[in-house]
Write a protein that binds this ligand. Structure first.
Ligand code: FA5
Length: 346
């Protein structure tokens, strides 16, 4: 018989068989016999090369058409069978929709992330936008522009992770972001700004119950034409009341930071013992939540502002320490241990 005729016959046979198939297994068998590696159509296509030259083109073309037609018909049949089988399963009640679902285990937010969100929400209400500044900093911005020159003893306040590139380090605090925010958002000393800068900080420190080598800070910065110390105190006190409770007392203690003058530390009444004294507050009745102060004129200048016309306040708080206060967590090392028994409590 002529090869082309034979091919047409195979085609018709395949098509007729396919029309009668109603189940997955027979369909798979059909596919193997016609379209599989050793299937009739595949073999016919492969034999094109050995045919007399004058017949080759016509045969090859037709064999390809048939192959495509059968492949389409196969796919259509497959979809059809799947739909039927699903309908049948549902009808036969193999699927019991009244069974309770398998519990999905949902991840939760890390306690520090929860605190960070809470902090951001409170500051947002007071008109502070979030500004992101890089974790990898240069020495200039992390120290010099913040009024901490090389060899100044204040550098000892921040033990630093240096990189192998001279002058490049991991930021030891979020304060270098002040300089970046002043230039970018303050348009080099022409616009007032009000931002918070949350982010990770790194210090080459002895790890202890209160100190990690990696921790978050939330920096705050407000620069304007008439910002005073009373604005700083009022704003921070307002924040503390939102964060820790309306009835909590807040106190400011004189302190020192090279980039603020005057500088203060902020304590909130211990929320565990309500000021009576307990191990968490080391029996003082107070817990430290932030460092703050009026932006030093040198820093304003380094940010592009004229300090005779502009003033501002800044603060830096530690969300891990605040989370510890809130939940009475006694050791900061739990935060990075990835222990579900700890994390699932929040
Ligand atoms: C600073 O880093 C200043 N840049 C804060 C500041 C900003 C002052 C703006 C004035 C104006 P200090 O080193 O105290 O200050 O750190 C601030 C807060 O970060 C601390 O109160 C604490 O909550 C947190 N912190 C500091 N070191 C660690 C550490 N090793 N582990 C966990 N939290 C830390």
């Amino acid at each position: 018989m002529h090869m082309l005729e034979q091919l047409e016959q195979t085609y018709h046979r395949a098509q007729a068989e396919l029309d009668g198939i109603r189940d997955k297994d027979t369909l798979a068998d059909w596919e193997r016999r016609y379209l599989g590696k050793k299937g009739d159509i595949t073999v016919a296509l492969r034999s094109t090369g050995q045919m007399p030259k004058e017949e080759r083109a016509a045969f090859g073309k037709r064999a390809n058409e048939i192959k495509n037609a059968l492949t389409d018909a196969f796919t259509a049949r497959e979809t059809d069978i799947q739909a039927h089988e699903l309908a049948r399963t549902l009808e036969e009640g193999e699927l019991d929709v009244t069974l309770p679902g398998r519990p999905v285990s949902m991840g939760g937010l890390h306690p520090t992330t929860q605190t960070l969100r809470e902090i951001s929400a409170i500051w947002a209400e007071m008109g502070f936008q979030v500004y992101r500044s890089p974790d990898v900093e240069d020495d200039e911005t992390n120290f010099n522009l913040l009024n901490i020159p090389p060899h100044h003893p204040a550098r000892d306040m921040w033990d630093t992770f240096h990189t192998t590139t001279p002058g490049v380090l991991l930021r030891t605090h979020t304060s270098p972001g002040q300089i970046r925010a002043m230039h970018e958002l303050g348009h080099d000393g022409t616009e007032p700004i009000r931002v918070i800068l949350p982010g990770m900080c790194y210090r080459y420190e002895q790890i202890s119950a209160r100190s990690e080598v990696q921790f978050n800070q939330v920096e705050g910065l407000a620069v304007g034409r008439n910002i005073r110390l009373s604005d700083l105190k009022g704003t921070i006190a307002e924040f503390a009341r939102h964060m820790f409770g309306e009835d909590k007392r807040v106190r400011f203690r004189g302190s020192y930071f090279p980039f603020t003058e005057p500088s203060m530390e902020v304590d909130v009444e211990c929320i565990l013992c309500e000021g009576h004294g307990c191990p968490v507050c080391k029996y003082t009745g107070w817990l430290e939540i932030a460092g703050c102060g009026m932006v030093h004129p040198v820093v304003l200048q380094n940010g592009g502002y004229d300090p005779t016309e502009w003033s501002g306040f800044a603060f830096g708080m530690g969300p891990e320490r605040m989370t510890m206060i809130k939940h009475g967590i006694k050791d900061i090392r739990y935060f990075w241990q990835d222990d579900l028994r700890f994390l699932e409590q929040f």
